[in-house]
Design a protein around this ligand. Structure first.
Ligand code: MTE
Length: 441
């Protein structure tokens, strides 16, 4: 039985998780801490007003202390991230604080859609394990025609017209560490390499449909979904409240989904069970997980996630900071570990993926000699907006030694990845061509 099939049932999920993770070498003590961090031992689902969670994931006001560090026991098989429910095998994930980055090499052969068990997790706090039968979504605000909030259950949403679409979710800071390793610039935030991205088939109801049923007023301009995870407390102790970020009505009515399935299964706990917002092509923070409340407003809305974060600050950026970030940028990655070793003189098939928030990826060029020569890679997927394309190319390293691989995508808007990304203090939207070191032996 899959995780998602069990996701509705807290007791059975706990049994499944404990059994599966123990088989991978997680000690019972660590497992219990992990379950506590995920709220699995609590009697009631986490709700708005639930305790705050420290930015470093070490403490929570109600004693739901987070598990941290490496799992004890087995042969370094599974890592533990504070508050992440699913197992994080080391061949698939790098744990970064409360987050888990997918290793790009682990995507080789996985198909267009990233399996949920390999999909990266970006949690400001901890995954709340919510009971889908008790879950409700409240839509409220002066942007509705009626004065009263409107409430939807999961069954209500499932009775509405169904929409399915393939889309990536990518953190705005994906590739952040490359500002430092490639461009020598210091930036703040989680030091992702390129694996804070995944593509899935999402199924749910259009947000436009739900807003219409809730009685959307023609004077509404912004909507703000809020997550049911714990309030976020920054490293300096400031409580920023629940994760929430406004969307302009134009986007909300366009292609945004309230998704309840991922790759044909109910959303897993770490990815927003029972319902998340899915904002195709936009930075990941817009896709609020565990959504419980949507404010509809006749005035622009603000939260720290569109004022202090997810804007471009620093030299060369607009004075006072850029407008709130919306679309993702253009990127490519090889499905190879960093510093991979390959056999000299042998024929290799290099594989990778490219994606863009602006248009579909139409072309990918690859260099195996540090950028001196380029040739076109073969695309394995039809260009599709908000998705990625898989590509491959042959390579025979003639002699032993170090090599630098580069992949450069061009999208249907005509944009090509640049050699450098203009820096910004928080390290968002890295889009430069990445220099990927390998060694032929
Ligand atoms: N929604 C809530 N409620 N809490 C969060 O911490 N993280 C956001 C977004 N939605 C977040 C959230 C960020 S920054 C990203 S990149 C995506 O979720 C990650 O989605 P995933 O964990 O399903 O990969």
């Amino acid at each position: 039985m899959s995780l998602s099939e069990l996701a509705y049932d807290r007791r059975r999920l706990r049994q499944w998780l404990a059994g599966d993770a123990r088989a991978d070498g997680v000690a019972r003590r660590d497992m219990l801490r992990l379950l506590a961090a995920a709220g699995l031992t609590a009697a009631a689902p986490v709700a708005l007003g639930s305790p705050a969670f420290a930015a470093d994931g070490t403490a929570a006001a109600d004693g739901t202390a987070a598990a941290g560090g490496r799992a004890a026991g087995g042969a370094s098989a599974v890592a533990v991230a504070p508050g992440i429910v699913k197992p994080l095998p080391e061949e698939w994930f790098t744990v970064r604080g409360t987050n888990a980055e997918t290793k790009f090499a682990a995507l080789a052969g996985t198909g267009l859609h990233t399996p949920a068990d390999r999909f990266f997790v970006r949690n400001h706090t901890a995954t709340p394990v919510l009971d889908a039968r008790a879950w409700t979504l409240t839509v409220r605000g002066d942007g509705l025609r009626g004065a009263r909030p409107v409430t939807f259950t999961l069954d209500d949403l499932k009775r509405l017209p169904v929409t399915t679409r393939t889309a990536f979710v990518e953190c705005a800071g994906n590739g952040r560490s490359l500002f430092t390793t490639q461009q020598g610039q210091s930036v703040t935030g989680t030091a992702w390499t390129l694996g804070a991205v995944g593509t899935a088939e999402w199924r749910g109801v259009r947000l436009a449909e739900v807003l219409r049923r809730a009685g959307l007023s023609h004077r509404a301009v912004d909507v703000m979904p809020t997550g049911l995870d714990a309030e976020y407390v920054t490293a300096d102790g400031t409580n920023l409240g629940h994760v929430r970020r406004p969307l302009p009505l134009s986007k909300a009515l366009d292609d945004v989904l309230l998704a309840y399935e991922m790759n044909g299964e109910p959303l897993p706990p770490d990815h927003g069970h029972p319902v998340r917002v899915l904002v195709p092509s936009w930075i990941g923070i817009a896709s609020v997980k565990w959504v419980g409340d949507i404010e509809v407003s006749t005035r622009p809305l603000y939260s720290p996630w569109n004022t202090d974060f997810y804007r471009l600050f620093g030299d060369g950026q607009p004075a006072g900071g850029s407008a709130p970030l919306t679309r993702q940028t253009l990127k490519s990655a090889f499905e190879l570990p960093w510093d991979a070793t390959v056999a000299a003189g042998a024929e290799h098939r290099l594989t990778g993926r490219s994606w863009s928030g602006a248009g579909a990826v139409a072309r990918v060029d690859v260099s195996t000699d540090g950028g001196a020569h380029w040739h076109r890679a073969r695309l394995h997927d039809a260009p599709r907006r908000a998705s990625w394309v898989r590509w491959s190319t042959g390579w025979r390293p003639s002699a032993p030694g170090p090599y630098t691989l580069l992949a450069r995508a061009t999208d249907t808007t005509g944009r090509t990845q640049p050699d450098r990304t203009a820096p910004n203090t928080q390290g968002y939207l890295f889009d430069a061509v990445v220099r990927h070191p390998v060694r032929a032996v």
